[in-house]
Every structure is written in C-alpha cells, then in structure tokens.
Design a binder for this molecule. Structure first.
Ligand code: OTU
Length: 652
C-alpha cells in the first residue's frame, strides 16, 4: 500500500543509506521493500513508535535488510524468484521431513552429509538438523541455549560444514531446516556478559530488575515451563545484582523485545542463517516473545506483531525462506501463528500441529477416537497458504494440551482423563505395555507431560522383552498407523530420527549429570546403525517399519489429494474405534482418497453408506493405495483389521 507518511520516511531512509550500500544493484530489493514498507513501518510503529529513537532504529532495520540482501548468494536469489513464481511449492505432497541431531545421527554435520543416501532410501527430502549453534557444554538445553548465533558448535562442525551440507541437499532437491532460538539466549552469550558487567545498553536486552517487586508481580500469573528443574521465572544474577527473567532453564535469559535493538539483532541473525542456505527457519518458543504483567506471558498480541514484522522483513531480503512456528499452545492459539485475517500466512507459513499429535496419543491409549475426532472437529480452519507440520514424536515431551471442552464432549472428566493418560504412558496402568517417563511434573497441580520414544511408548520395548510375537506385531502395526495419519492428514509429515527403525528408550542419559534430571533425553538416542542394517532382514520390526514408512512416502508423493489445500473432510463413522477423513484432489474432480484407521485391537467395520455421496466410490474397484490390496467388504461394510489403516480409492 502507498501511504504518504511512511513513504516519505522510506525516501529519507534510502537517501541516508551508506554509499557502499547504494552503489549495489538492488532492483529486486527495492521492489520488495516498496511493497512491504508500509506494513513494516506500521508494525514497527505500533511496537516502538513512542520512542525518541524510532527513526534511527527503522533506518538501522532497513540497513540490516539491505546488507543481508547484498550478501545473499546469486544462487539463493534465483531460488527466491523461483519460489515467488511457484508460491504454493511448500503445500505440495512431495515434501516429507525428518528431525535429527547431527551428532546422534552421524557424529557431526559432515557425517550427516554422508548419510543422505539413507534418508533418500526412506524418501525424506526435508531435513531439520536440530540446533547446531554454539552452546556452553552442559547448560545447553539440547542446543536451545545459544551463546553465539553466528558460530556452529565445534561438537558438530563448522560454518563451512553447514554451507557444504546445504549445497549437498540442494543438489538432491532436499531442503534444510535450521533453528533460530528467538526467545532467549544462554547466560554465557556476550549480551548477557555485557549486561552482567553493568552495561545499561545490554541490560536493556533482558528483563532485569534490582528488586523482587516486578518479578513478584509477574509470578502471580506466569506458569512454570520446567517446574521440576527450574521453578519460578526469574533467576538472581550475583554479578549484575539483578533478577533476570528466565522462563525456561535458569541459564536461559529471556530477550526483551520491548527493545527494538533486540528485534533488529534477531532479524539480522535470521537473515544470516537464510543466507547460509537454510530453506526454512524454525522459530523456537514463539508464543513467549512478549511479556506483560498480569498475563501468562504467552500468545500476547505483540508476539504476533513481532512475527509479522519478521516475516515482512524476511520477504524483502530472502522471500523464498519460510518460517515454522514452534508454539505448543492451545489449539485456538496455535492457528493464530499463521497470522489472522488473511489468505496467505502473514507470520509463519508452517506450524507444529501439536493438537493432532496429542490427540493421536489419546487414541493410542484409549483405543478409541472420540477425543481425536472431537479435537479435529474443533480445530479452526487455517489459511489457504499455510500448512501444518504433522508429527508423532519430536525431541520434546508430549503435553496433554487438549481443550477441556473437547475432553468433556468426548465424555471424559478432564482431570481424571489426563491422569489416566499419564498412568497409561508411564506403564502404571495394568493393561499398558507403554514405557514412558513423566516429564515436568508439577507438584502443585499434579500435572505432568510424557517422555519416551515412539516405539517404547506404543509398547514395543515391553513386547520385545516378553518375546510376545503378537504384541510385537501389534506395536509395529500401530506405529505404521500413526505414520499413515501424519502422511495423509494434510501438511508436511515430520518424522523423528530412529522411529523409522523403532529405536527404543535410551537410558544412557541417566549417567550424565547434566541430563539426568531431564527425561526428554530418553528419546534422543545415538542411532544404532547395526539396528538400522536389520531393515534389510525380512520380518524384523526394523524391516517392517522402514519399508512400510518408505512405501507410504512414495505413495504420498504420487497422491495429489494429499497436497494441503484445506481439502480434508472429517467423517463421522459411528464407530468409536475408527478415525476417518476424505482427501480430495483440488485440481481433478472425482479424485478422492478415503483415509480410515482402526485404533483398536479387534477388527472394526465402517458402513460406506455413512459417506453419503462423498467420494462416490465404486465398491468393486476399491483399492488401498498403501498396500495395493482390495479391502475386505461385506455388502457395503468395509472391514478394517486391528491396528491398520487404509488409503482407499476406486480410481486405480
Ligand atoms: C522449545 O520447547 C524446544 O523445543 C525445547 O527443546 C526447549 O527446551 C524450549 O523451547 C526452550 O528453548 O517453548 O513453545 O518441553 O514443549 O518448552 C513451546 C516443553 C516451547 C516444550 C516447550 C517448547
């Protein structure tokens, strides 16, 4: 939009640009800056308009955009233009991701580069390398306590290794996802050290208070993220003589985005990583970006303004780069991180679908889909040009963050239902083979979250110990069902390394003093490549899982109805053990896939007349795209075997 006040300021900013910036060919940059400037100006003004240094700060912001544009390689600039042209590229069904730790998967970044063949054998073409930036040894929160945003931790490699890996990935048409920890820094970061030394400029980068007055006010309404290991939200720093806000661990200092200098620093860092060849940036803990006394300090409106501003700025310098919102919050709040009131994502194009993840685990424990169906029914519609990251497990714990109203609608009492789930997954419940561990138990509320590897949580660890072939097969089948769901739901499936071969819980963290209090390490194993070799041995769980997932991925890539154009319709099955939805190819009339999964240990049936005229399948020609088989039918009753899923079509 053209608006006089902001555009006269823009002209002034351009006049003031340093001569070395002005000399460069910035044609595309200027076009994009012109297009986005009114939005950038308005957002920056809403956040910082009352400050005396407003103009100086926005000048600085524009310079950061220009300098990073100049530094962006020709190759990446071409990619930006290609993606501008094919702007729906990331909604395609062709993408399948995996998250892994470079050191646990392949020693280091160079090693990851040598294992790309393994990922391609599986079909993965989007790689989330878990945080690799410099962290103090020990107090690193698995990479989420960064002490230097422009250097790679020597334990995994160097900046050159990142560039090499990104080039290798690009040559194979694979994408790279990197983390930027936007909410907090390590207490060993230079900014923190300068603040400690008494520099007021850097003290203003944090929330630091000489007395308990303000911290106490905050504490009245702020929940605790890590109640066991890091209770409270403030930590006393002796050298600085101040209480610092530390929402996560006591060594992770929250950044003060009320200060525009912080926002500009972080923007510079985001663009730095975009320029190292990251296709997608995972923005950690975005719900926490704005703190306000009297609130829970999550999902504040200003946190959204900050993300919009970062997006608008990134579009000027590196428009091909996408953002992932990591906001593990209530379903109605998650959806807002795409940006509200728009067709295209105005904040993050991609968001973790924590709702679907937790609901799938509910179906595993209860063997019924009442809450899963209810929860998905209540999930608000998302924007057209935004997509989910669908996952079963990740490096974090599983939080039972369902909407209480949905729990009630599904016929449960919220507190006791959560208690049941916790007992079920920590193996306290008689009927359960699950081997999870509680995480973040809150003594006051009795709440806790759950750690554990996918295989151990579904019961494979216990089944193997008991040598119970039937139970082993059930677990393998259930793991495949869960993957069948994230592959077809709509969005990008994100696998978690090791799950493709059924890696079990890893207890080695208990011998490490730095990790022993954080059970999330139980599911961050060093990959066992001998175990991975068993994927070639017919009949082993490793082979069944690896091949099953590989087959799903290849079918997904060829199934246009699985692209994410908000083309999913949930189906009320009248059978509480089944979860079913229809996916439709938006580009070809009549091309539908019926997805149906049985979460129960006995066969279940679905009456196809329940579909009404949806799908209009020819019963005689029904085929499961995944197995290639025709499903069993009795008249119009479709029979789904225990722990199985179908991707049905009659178009083959
Ligand atoms: C994120 O986590 C990371 O994924 C965690 O590994 C980090 O410990 C944390 O940030 C701090 O950097 O902020 O919006 O276990 O679900 O802390 C959600 C709890 C987050 C995580 C939560 C999450």
């Amino acid at each position: 939009m053209y608006e006089q006040v902001s555009h006269s300021l823009l002209n002034q900013i351009l006049d003031n640009l340093k001569p070395e910036i002005r000399k460069k060919d910035l044609r595309h940059f200027y076009t994009r800056l012109g297009a986005n400037f009114y939005a950038i100006y308005s957002l920056f003004h809403r956040l910082y308009g009352k400050r005396d240094d407003f103009e100086m700060q926005i000048q600085r912001l524009a310079e950061v955009l220009a300098v990073n544009y100049i530094r962006r390689s020709k190759e990446l600039k071409m990619l930006d233009i290609e993606r501008e042209h094919d702007h729906n590229w990331f909604l395609s069904q062709e993408w399948v991701g995996m998250a892994l730790y470079a050191n646990a998967f392949a020693d280091d970044l160079e090693g990851v580069g040598k294992r790309l063949g393994y990922l391609q054998e599986l079909g993965v073409n989007m790689l989330h390398v878990m945080p690799i930036l410099k962290c103090p040894p020990g107090a690193s929160d698995g990479g989420y306590a960064v002490s230097d945003y422009r250097n790679v931790d020597e334990r995994v490699g160097s900046l050159q290794d990142v560039n090499d890996l990104s080039a290798k990935l690009r040559a194979r048409d694979m994408l790279l996802i990197l983390d930027v920890v936007v909410n907090h820094v390590s207490d060993q970061h230079e900014w923190a050290n300068r603040a400690r030394d008494g520099d007021p400029v850097y003290q203003d980068y944090f929330y630091a208070f000489p007395s308990r007055d303000i911290p106490d006010m905050f504490e009245e309404t702020m929940p605790e993220v890590f109640p066991e290991t890091s209770p409270g939200n403030f930590t006393w720093d002796e050298r600085m003589g101040r209480w610092v806000m530390t929402v996560f661990n006591d060594y992770q200092w929250d950044l003060n985005y009320g200060n525009p200098a912080v926002l500009i620093e972080m923007l510079d860092i985001l663009l730095f990583w975009a320029n190292q060849g990251a296709d997608i940036l995972r923005l950690d803990a975005v719900a926490f970006l704005w703190k306000k006394i009297g609130t829970v300090c999550q999902n504040e409106h200003e946190a959204h303004l900050i993300l919009q501003l970062l997006k608008d700025c990134c579009q000027v310098t590196a428009p091909g780069v996408l953002f992932i919102a990591e906001a593990i919050v209530a379903p109605v709040e998650i959806i807002k991180y795409f940006g509200e009131d728009a067709v295209i994502a105005k904040e993050c194009e991609i968001a973790y679908n924590a709702t679907f993840m937790a609901l799938l685990w509910d179906a595993v424990a209860t063997k019924n889909t009442k809450l899963l169906e209810q929860g998905i029914r209540s999930l608000p519609n998302k924007l057209d040009r935004a997509t989910w990251l669908n996952y079963i497990r990740c490096h974090d714990d599983i939080g039972l963050g369902f909407d209480d109203a949905d729990v009630v609608s599904a016929g449960y009492e919220p507190r006791s239902h959560r208690k049941f789930l916790l007992d079920y997954f920590t193996g306290k419940y008689d009927d359960s083979l699950s081997r999870g561990q509680p995480f973040g138990r809150d003594e006051k509320s009795g709440d806790a979250r759950i750690s554990g590897s996918l295989a151990s949580l579904v019961g494979l660890e216990a089944a193997l110990e008991r040598n119970d072939d039937k139970a082993i097969q059930d677990c393998v089948d259930l793991i495949l069902v869960l993957h069948g769901m994230i592959m077809s739901f709509g969005g990008i499936p994100l696998l978690y390394y090791g799950d493709e071969i059924g890696m079990l819980n890893d207890f080695s963290f208990m011998e490490d003093e730095e990790k022993v209090h954080d059970t999330r390490w139980i599911h961050r194993p060093v990959i066992d490549w001998n175990k991975a070799e068993r994927r070639h041995q017919h009949g082993t769980p490793e082979q069944q899982l690896f091949e099953g997932i590989a087959r799903m991925i290849s079918v997904r890539k060829n199934t246009a109805a699985f692209a994410d154009f908000n083309n999913r319709e949930l189906i009320a099955t009248n059978n509480p053990h089944l979860f079913a939805f229809m996916r439709s190819n938006t580009f070809e009339l009549g091309d539908h896939v019926l997805v149906v999964a049985n979460f129960d240990a006995s066969p279940q049936s679905l009456s196809l007349s329940d579909l009404g005229n949806r799908g209009q399948f020819e019963l005689g020609r029904l085929r499961d795209l995944y197995s290639g088989e025709a499903p069993s039918l009795f008249k119009d009753q479709l029979v789904i075997p225990p722990f199985r899923f179908y991707w049905l079509t009659s178009n083959v």
